[in-house]
Design a protein around this ligand. Structure first.
Ligand code: AQP
Length: 348
């Protein structure tokens, strides 16, 4: 087995307002991992355009995700923050992976089915091929660990399958060219914490999502104190008081979601939260949750606003990050060209 240098990669789409699900499921994990690993965090704007984006809103959303990364605590002086479209190696590797992945694998992807809905014929080809671009994002950096929310588990499994098939199909060339037994690592997903799948505040069976038509379904990182309190007050619940143990949340999706959010924000377990609130009605729990959410999100909200007031600075962070990212990805893609057998007069 080839030993790979550990590296973390993950991405967030600039498809609208970032929400509490993105924050708890992904961004807080990104922050935690930066003390342990070299990290590459990407604003995946090429993924965003797999569904229609207004160009000026896309530009603003790219800066907004960049600001959220920095405001949450990712240090751009120690780790790489950039946007995908500035590093051409992502698109190039994605094409090779389109030729490695099988139609049957992609046909099984539930995210495409959910996002394309009933009108599959009218979905973009990019939306169908989304997971091969995601595999390219990760493997262009030979990333060994990828922190994501639960919804990305299937795409991560596909990335592993693509890495294994590439390593297998080209095993002879990989060895011959001196790359050892495997060219790409079989990446480990990191899906951890009490909030790997934060659900909609309006429907406990649907995940919280940027593209949900109802703004009341999510808490945006840019929401002010009053908006956060109103959204939590209006969140769907059932009439029963809270149970005193996590087991009692079974079959109570909305209650489970709110307790999970409280647990994640307070860095406690669900059981610890219920030891405090067991027996309490939602009329007591919801204001406590709103207060906690405001307390945790307000500093980040303020910092995001400060950063967004200077778009030139954010663009400079992205430009420097793109140079650093390309420095890592370029030799990886040069290696792929050689392995595949392309004749190449130009190096990356
Ligand atoms: N509800 C969620 N709970 C926990 N984690 C979540 N993530 C997304 N929603 C939740 C995680 O956030 C990271 C970035 O996600 P993304 O923006 O790249 O795309 P997505 O998963 O498709 O998120 P959205 O909000 O639902 O966006 P739209 O509506 O544009 O598709 C990922 O790690 C994801 O798992």
């Amino acid at each position: 087995m080839t030993a790979f240098e550990p590296r973390v990669f993950s991405g967030v789409q600039p498809t609208g307002n970032l929400h509490l699900g993105n924050y708890l499921g992904a961004i807080t994990r990104f922050v935690a991992l930066q003390d342990e690993y070299p990290c590459v965090y990407c604003v995946v704007d090429m993924h965003a355009i797999t569904v229609w984006q207004e160009p000026t809103e896309l530009t603003n959303a790219i800066r907004s995700v960049t600001a959220a990364f920095i405001a949450a605590g990712i240090d751009p002086d120690k780790h790489v923050i950039f946007n995908q479209s500035q590093v051409h190696q992502h698109a190039e590797l994605a094409w090779v992976f389109n030729c490695v992945a099988r139609m049957g694998w992609l046909n099984r992807m539930t995210q495409f089915k959910e996002k394309a809905g009933k009108d599959k014929e009218n979905a973009s080809v990019g939306l169908f091929a989304y997971p091969t671009l995601m595999a390219a994002d990760i493997l262009a950096y030979k990333a060994t660990h990828v922190p994501v929310g639960e919804d990305q588990k299937q795409h991560l499994e596909l990335t592993r399958n693509i890495a294994q098939k590439f390593n297998h199909d080209f095993a002879g060339r990989i060895a011959e060219l001196g790359h050892g037994e495997e060219y790409f690592p079989v990446t480990e997903p990191i899906i951890q914490g009490p909030a790997t799948r934060v659900m909609s505040l309006r429907d406990g069976s649907k995940k919280m999502s940027k593209s949900d038509a109802s703004d009341y379904s999510r808490i945006n990182l840019t929401d002010d104190r009053d908006t956060i309190a109103t959204k939590i007050r209006k969140a769907k619940t059932d009439p029963e008081p809270l149970p005193s143990e996590a087991k009692g949340l079974e079959g109570r999706a909305e209650a489970d979601n709110l307790v999970g959010i409280y647990a994640a924000l307070s860095e406690k377990s669900r059981d610890a939260v219920l030891a405090e609130f067991g027996g309490a009605p939602f009329a007591t729990f919801k204001p406590a949750l709103a207060e906690l959410a405001v307390e945790k999100l307000a500093p980040m909200n303020g910092e995001m606003r400060r950063l967004l007031a200077d778009p030139g600075h954010l663009d400079a962070v992205l430009a420097r990050g793109a140079d650093q990212a390309a420095e890592i990805a370029a030799p990886v893609i040069d290696g792929v060209r050689d392995i595949v057998g392309f004749v190449s007069s130009r190096r990356s």
